[in-house]
Design a protein. Structure first.
Lengths: 274, 349
């Protein structure tokens, strides 16, 4: 990689650290507050040195069954990721290897649906969920997550598949491979990085999804996003508990994200960086 | 009926008619080379036979069976690609055995076949490596090995040597010829290199603009080209073709009647150089290419007609020297105004 350096190294380093600190500050704040008492949490000026307490975490579990929400988050994000891959992979395969002159338009159209504000589809989807008795079910959340992530998943897989030389697939066909064995023996192993980063991104997006979870679920199928929201409740704001709940909600995905930074970055650049 | 029978094969790309009703029969065990300039449709024709493109018209019969609409995977043909198209995530052995594994062939049989192919192709030490650890020539051999372990009905080669450097190309060409002699497999080989065509083929199919210009043995095409295109495409350096009108005394010199607006063709080895003043035409040396075993002398006549003369010895001539040209009338090919042959040379008749 080449840099056009108009700033000396020291200045660049300081700039980078400042930017990082600015971005991380809310997380740091959240982390500290989660271990404070409610009183310490609203103290001005805020204390950086204090005796940490775990009572917020205990309280979150007692008051609002953290584990249930966590389970819902895991189920919906994993299921929607798997379902999404199942639908997106064949779609991307046919677009990458059996191009027509409409392929490009189709891809653009799919992506354009992501430009529509989700709230625009809220009423029809809510009514659909209600009349089919699927309000506050894991199924409806999983379906909605899958559908909203599908355009991005198809795009990502498509860009990875496009990097596979078509002659390799032709060679497999000449070797007697059916579509399924071609997929299993050639595309799956060669596109593994693509599947991993696409799946990972979808997992993160589904986990973080708040709009649909808040609108389509409550006590039964609610995800961690709804749990956090419930702490800005009619009884008033409880900063320390809100922070503890938030920390619990984001912890799993932060850990997953940390260990898969490379794949995530690769995925977000749509296969351009290899 | 032939082993592989092409009956009026057609292919369209949008409004473009890429393959125009090709009819051709290929016999069992035959080595047929499709040759022609780029864009002539030779690779397309091969891909139609392979089933990698759909045939828009006509029929394709293999061993008496209609395979026109059969998918590639069911045609029992093997193909060697220009880019080799090896499976990058598999070892050499796995690359070669892929087709057999898909067909659920017994493991012991697979091992034996792969071992035998590896011995023939000198790949035994590399069986456990992946393609990226191999040189270009070795990859090419793996691609050939992948084809031969299957013992398919027909081998298809799509410009298999064009990614190799010159020395390796010559060597691999010889290996392919030997391999064909040993295995006796029916082979279709696509190339734009007429030297490959001449040295490998039992029969050469010359294509232009999606049509067959001529089919014949290599020497047939060299000695009896059906038209000016084939005459100039086969042979290096290419045949001298001069418009009869360009050299008014040509007909008298050769004692031949050239069709109106026609052309005279002479192979470079049939253009003799004599001392200035003797010979049938006067000319001047423009360029001398010394290739060691032979020397190519480019000359230009007073009327501006260009000839190349091939000499099997070193030449004492220099650029700008005056020379005489002598022709054997029997060696001249005559073409009419449309480039169709009117008379072939007596050579080899």
């Amino acid at each position: 990689m080449t840099h056009t350096s108009f700033l000396p190294l020291a200045a660049r380093t300081i700039a980078a650290w400042s930017a990082t600190l600015l971005l991380v500050f809310p997380l740091l704040w959240l982390f500290l507050t989660a271990f404070k008492t409610e009183l310490q949490a609203i103290e001005v000026p805020p204390q950086l040195i204090f005796t940490p307490t775990l009572e917020n975490f205990a309280e979150v579990q007692v008051r609002s069954d953290y584990l249930l929400y966590a389970k819902n988050s895991v189920v919906t994000s994993v299921a929607s990721t798997l379902l999404g891959l199942l639908i997106a992979a064949p779609a991307a395969y046919s677009m990458a290897f059996f191009r027509t002159r409409h392929t490009r338009d189709l891809l653009m159209w799919m992506l354009s649906t992501k430009m529509m504000p989700a709230v625009g589809a809220l009423v029809p989807i809510y009514v659909l969920a209600q009349t089919s008795g699927m309000l506050d079910t894991l199924t409806s959340l999983t379906l909605v997550f899958t559908l909203s992530n599908l355009p991005i998943m198809v795009w990502m897989l498509y860009s990875y598949f496009k990097d596979i030389p078509p002659e390799i697939l032709e060679a497999a066909r000449m070797d007697g491979a059916s579509v399924w064995s071609e997929f299993r023996h050639v595309i799956l192993p060669l596109g593994m990085a693509g599947f991993a980063s696409t799946g990972l991104l979808c997992l993160v997006l589904s986990w973080n999804e708040a709009f649909w979870s808040l609108n389509l679920s409550s006590a039964k199928a609610g995800t961690l996003a709804t749990l956090i929201a419930s702490y800005s409740s009619p009884e008033g704001l409880f900063w320390a508990k809100l922070s503890a709940a938030s920390l619990l909600a984001i912890a799993p995905i932060v850990v997953v994200g940390w260990f898969s930074q490379k794949q995530l970055v690769q995925g977000l650049t749509f296969g351009a960086v290899k | 009926m032939s082993f592989l029978e092409l009956q009026g094969i057609e292919k369209h790309f949008g409004a473009m008619r890429a393959i125009k009703g090709i009819a051709l029969g290929i016999e069992k065990g035959e080595f047929v080379v499709f040759v022609g300039p780029s864009g002539c449709g030779k690779s397309t024709l091969l891909r139609l036979i392979a089933g990698l493109e759909t045939i828009d018209g006509g029929r394709l019969l293999l061993d008496g069976r209609d395979i026109t609409r059969l998918p590639s995977s069911k045609r029992d043909l093997a193909m060697v690609f220009q880019s080799y198209a090896l499976y990058p995530h598999m070892s050499v052995a796995d690359n070669m055995s892929f087709a057999l594994r898909l067909a659920n062939v017994d493991k012991a049989v697979i091992r034996e076949k792969v071992q035998r192919a590896a011995e023939i192709l000198n790949l035994v030490p590399y069986l456990a490596r992946t393609p990226r650890e191999l040189s270009g020539g070795q990859r090419q051999r793996v691609a050939i090995g992948r084809a031969i372990v299957r013992s398919p009905k027909v081998f298809l080669f799509d410009e298999p040597l064009s990614n190799l450097d010159a020395a390796l190309r010559g060597q691999t060409r010889v290996e392919i010829a030997k391999l064909h002699r040993e295995l006796g497999a029916t082979t279709i080989y696509v190339t734009h290199d007429q030297v490959e065509a001449m040295t490998l083929a039992d029969r050469v199919v010359v294509l232009r603009d999606g049509e067959i210009e001529q089919v014949g043995t290599p020497l047939d095409l060299y000695d009896r080209p059906a038209n000016q295109f084939v005459a100039q495409f086969i042979g290096t350096p290419q045949m001298n073709v001069v418009a009869a009108d360009a050299v008014p005394q040509f007909e008298a010199v050769l004692g031949l009647k050239v069709p109106a607006g026609g052309f005279v063709g002479l192979r470079p080895e049939c253009v003799g150089l004599t001392s200035p003043g003797s010979g049938q035409l006067r000319a001047r040396v423009e360029l001398i290419e010394s290739l060691g075993a032979e020397t190519l002398i480019h000359v230009s006549t007073e009327q501006g007609a260009q000839f190349i003369s091939r000499q099997n010895s070193r030449s004492a001539l220099h650029t700008g020297d005056a020379v005489g040209l002598s022709f054997d009338p029997g060696a001249a090919h005559l073409f009419d105004a449309q480039g169709r042959v009117a008379r072939n040379a007596g050579v080899g008749n």
